[in-house]
Design a protein around this ligand. Structure first.
Ligand code: DC
Length: 235
């Protein structure tokens, strides 16, 4: 079973995918974290993100490992814990440039398919239903209006979770900055030449602007149950 969840930054993909992983007993694959890890390594090593060849070398050679501790999912790159470092504003600003490099995508997609071949996964990103797992049994395109997405991200930066606490607030200036960055990133991610952000033709669209996490998760669980029933018939 492969569950593909695509959508723009801040649409709630990570929170939903993590909840699905727990409830459907499948492995969570955060593909954005992989592009972020490559970006983080380039910034740390002084590799300019505009130097496609050197960035591609980093993408091909980097060792990325996912783990789990009290913080939730952890990410290690070449043995270093980069769980927090991949979420900084500097990485936010540079990750679109890195993920637009075709050779970087090739290297990441290959790793993602290998992880998908190891067992059932719920993978979230931008091109899961279109490129990574075009034959995924469940495909969801999760959206939300930009203001709702910026609010969630700004709350997350402050250490909260708007999906869990509907009354969570964030610093207004920070929220505006996040909104500007989201709009810029949406534009870059959806207009790039290779694997632009777009829904797969057979994806189910869910707009989470006015839905709770539970409501979105329930909808996706319904799709998974239907796909499992279909698999059982064909087995
Ligand atoms: O989901 P996120 O914000 O952590 O993703 C970070 C960046 O990585 C995002 O700007 C686009 C890119 N990305 C991508 O191009 N393809 C994916 N499958 C996942 C993320």
């Amino acid at each position: 079973m492969r569950v593909a969840i695509d959508g723009p930054a801040g649409s709630g993909k990570s929170t939903v995918a993590r909840a699905i992983a727990g409830r459907a007993n499948v492995t969570y694959l955060d593909t954005g974290a992989m592009y972020r890890a490559v970006t983080c390594k380039c910034l740390a090593d002084g590799v300019p993100v505009t130097d496609a060849e050197r960035v591609a070398d980093v993408a091909r050679s980097i060792d990325i490992r996912f783990g789990q501790d009290h913080r939730g999912q952890t990410v290690h790159a070449d043995g270093q814990d980069v769980t927090a470092a991949i979420r900084t504003a500097a990485v936010d600003r540079n990750v679109s440039a890195v993920s637009a490099i075709p050779a970087v995508r090739e290297a990441m997609v290959e790793r993602q398919r290998k992880l998908g071949a190891e067992g059932d996964v719920v993978a979230e990103g931008r091109d899961i239903g279109t490129v990574v797992f075009p034959d995924a049994e469940v495909k969801v395109y999760l959206t939300a209006d930009p203001a709702a997405r910026a609010h969630r991200r700004a709350v997350q930066r402050g250490g909260g979770d708007a999906a869990v606490d509907a009354n969570a607030t964030a610093d207004a200036a920070e929220e505006q900055k996040v909104l500007d960055d989201l709009i810029r990133r949406d534009q870059l991610d959806s207009t790039r030449e290779v694997a632009p952000l777009r829904p797969a033709e057979d994806a189910v669209h869910i707009d989470s602007s006015n839905l709770t996490l539970e409501q979105v998760v329930d909808q996706v669980m319904g799709l998974i149950a239907a796909a499992r029933a279909k698999e059982a018939v064909h087995a």
